[in-house]
Design a protein around this ligand. Structure first.
Ligand code: ZN
Length: 162
């Protein structure tokens, strides 16, 4: 069976940047289970899976624009520390939820001054070209319930909170 919209795809992947630094891998834990065509995966990877079948192993390079997008300098903002009253440990690297013009998003503290902090709302992988090693474990039809829920069920049913 070939991978096409509304098929369940179970895959292992290892993703690295253009300098072959490993960023993440599913081989350390469970394979990833997704319904193809739902936009759960980054666009470049989802597109590359199409028409593959169980047992296929391949490598795919995904440019930043088809992965987590380009970096936007406008997402870096310096704001008064007083906006984050009650939050301790405001160090470089701290992740915060912030309300922005684009809605709720996660920002990372990249600089801390006496009265101000600078936060970056870019996805940590924005602007990075990625390389995936992919291994297709299984391809099967999605059940009606899986399509309704928009995610893959393991044996025994949903097992998720809805
Ligand atoms: Zn479910």
């Amino acid at each position: 069976m070939k991978i096409a919209p509304n098929k369940v795809v179970i895959l292992h992947y290892a993703v690295s940047d253009s300098e072959d630094t490993l960023i993440d891998s599913s081989y350390d834990h469970q394979p990833l289970a997704v319904i193809h065509g739902t936009g759960y995966l980054i666009p470049g990877l989802e597109e590359a899976l199409t028409d593959h079948k169980a047992g296929d192993k391949f490598e795919v390079e995904v440019a930043a624009e088809n992965a987590y997008g380009e970096r936007h300098d406008g997402f870096v903002q310096t704001v008064p520390k007083s906006l984050f009253q009650g939050i301790e440990d405001l160090d470089v690297g701290t992740q915060l939820r912030a309300t922005t013009d684009e809605g709720e998003q996660t920002v990372i503290v990249i600089d801390v001054q006496d009265e101000e902090i600078t936060v970056d709302g870019n996805h940590p992988l924005a602007g990075i070209d990625l390389k995936f090693d992919v291994e297709i474990i299984e391809v099967r039809e999605a059940t009606a319930e899986e399509l309704e829920h928009g995610h893959v069920h393991s044996e025994g049913g949903c097992g998720h909170q809805h």
